[in-house]
Design a protein around this ligand. Structure first.
Ligand code: AMP
Length: 214
């Protein structure tokens, strides 16, 4: 049983690595961004609350995020471990997660910080496209979607994310530096942090992560 937290700026490849790890380790990927986008497209109360923050590249308030993650982690499929992708993003969230994990039988998580230079992040995100229905990632430069703009997995429409515009990407990078990057020290002090180079192919990054988990 294992818990993993993937830290890193938007566009470092947390989502892709979380999916590969979930498959390899047989535990669920929990992407708070995907959960919020799903809620926004369904028009639920959570989605309506989250939408403006997300569109502008700001963080959704901690109380909302803590409620969401508490509910998600206590579901049956998390009892054998889980991979957090995009949570925690602030110190209060990390402290809240600690309290949540303390009260359960889960072991402390291993925290992987993926690192890629800003220039490369902007290049990746301005070229990122996603399936509106299943969330599959594409990239116009490295992994272009097939002709016709329909997802080969589920037939959904392939679109640019609302927050992948250049201005919003810069705002999200600033939010990451101001709020999320300090978590590296929080987890380093606990001895849980592993820093992994997120450059190059996703297969190469995956092997580096597995190397850190051995
Ligand atoms: P992501 O798909 O992880 O890039 O998340 C997309 C957006 O969802 C972020 O820019 C935030 O607006 C929101 N979001 C996702 N996870 C969190 C979180 N842990 N705390 C606050 N906001 C979040």
């Amino acid at each position: 049983m294992r818990n993993l937290i993937l830290l890193g700026a938007p566009g470092v490849g947390k989502g892709i690595q979380a999916k590969l790890l979930a498959e390899r380790l047989g535990i669920p990927q929990i992407s708070t961004g995907d959960i919020l986008r799903g809620a926004a497209s369904e028009g639920t109360e959570l989605g309506r609350k989250a939408r403006t923050y997300m569109r502008d590249g700001n963080l959704v308030p901690d109380e909302i995020m803590m409620g969401l993650i508490r509910e998600r982690l206590t579901r049956e499929d998390c009892q054998g471990g889980f991979i957090l992708d995009g949570f925690p993003r602030t110190l209060p969230q990390a402290e809240g997660l600690d309290r949540l994990l303390d009260g359960q039988f889960w072991p402390q998580a291993v925290v992987i910080s993926l690192e890629v230079p800003d220039r490369e992040i902007i290049r990746r995100l301005t070229n990122r496209r996603v399936c509106r229905r299943c969330g599959k990632d594409f990239n116009l430069l490295t992994n272009p979607p097939p002709d016709g703009c329909l997802c080969p997995v589920c037939g959904g429409q392939i679109v640019k994310r609302e927050d992948d515009m250049e201005g919003t990407i810069k705002a999200r990078l600033k939010v990451y530096k101001d709020w999320t990057r300090p978590l590296k020290n929080f987890y380093r002090r606990k001895g849980l942090l592993r820093v992994v180079d997120g450059g190059g192919s996703s297969g190469g990054v995956f092997r580096r992560i597995l190397g850190q988990l051995e």
